[in-house]
Write a protein that binds this ligand. Structure first.
Ligand SMILES: *Cc1c(COP(=O)(O)O)cnc(C)c1O
Length: 214
């Protein structure tokens, strides 16, 4: 079985909650909003060298500089132009920014993400950009209660990753699975699961916290 990395999604939770999770051994944290994430990174500056910060929410083009300067990973690249800007802005003294392409794998209501048919061309172009390292694919399928229905989009994403690998791209990451569909995602090959509420508890103002869910 593949090894699965837990990404603790700390959006809407205070830096103190991240500190507590850090004390319990967690080292990777995911944030959805650039501003909130940057504020938390600053509040936890003393831990910066020990924490990997992942952006898992939308990247607007006017935020690419701060994202490239502050984060270690970005899961949500859905346009070549955004990757080009991240590449231009990634400081030379930092290691390459680790990227996933977000794919709209189940016709997500939010409509964010590349269509499956677009992914190949974008992936090859992104893989050629300096100061970035393309690691794989990410998706946020529409929520389903049924186990098999949860597995189907994850399987399609894995098939897409396999195809890119067969075309010569050295990809190793499938960022799928949240608190509600974690087991299905792991069965279908998830290498990063993004878990928020199952670690930190219920979020207040869930709607604002996660505009991609309808
Ligand atoms: C909020 C969020 C998560 C975590 O969701 P939970 O249901 O709390 O586990 C994972 N991925 C993304 C993109 C999110 O926005």
């Amino acid at each position: 079985m593949q090894s699965v990395t837990l990404l603790a999604v700390s959006k809407t939770f205070a830096p103190q909650a991240v500190r507590a999770a850090f004390a319990a051994g967690e080292r990777r944290f995911g944030e959805n909003y650039v501003q909130e994430g940057v504020a938390k990174i600053a509040a936890l500056a003393d831990l910066r060298s020990q924490i990997e910060w992942h952006l898992i929410g939308p990247v607007q083009s006017n935020k690419t500089r701060v994202v490239a300067e502050q984060f270690d990973w970005v899961h949500t690249v859905d346009r070549l132009r955004i990757a080009q800007r991240l590449s231009e802005h990634r400081p030379a003294h930092l290691p390459p920014l680790q990227l996933c392409l977000q794919v709209n794998i189940s016709g997500e209501a939010s409509k964010s993400g590349l269509l499956p048919a677009e992914v190949g061309a974008v992936a090859h172009a992104v893989a050629a950009l300096p100061r970035l390292r393309l690691r794989g694919l990410m998706a946020i399928p529409d929520p389903r209660d049924e186990f098999d229905a949860q597995r189907a989009p994850h399987r399609r994403l894995r098939d897409l990753l396999e195809r890119l690998r067969s075309e010569g791209l050295a990809l190793d990451t499938l960022s799928i699975g949240m608190s509600a569909d974690l087991e299905a995602a792991i069965l279908e090959g998830a290498t990063i699961v993004r878990v928020g509420s199952a670690i930190f508890g219920e979020r207040l103002r869930l709607k604002q916290a996660m505009p991609s869910s309808s």
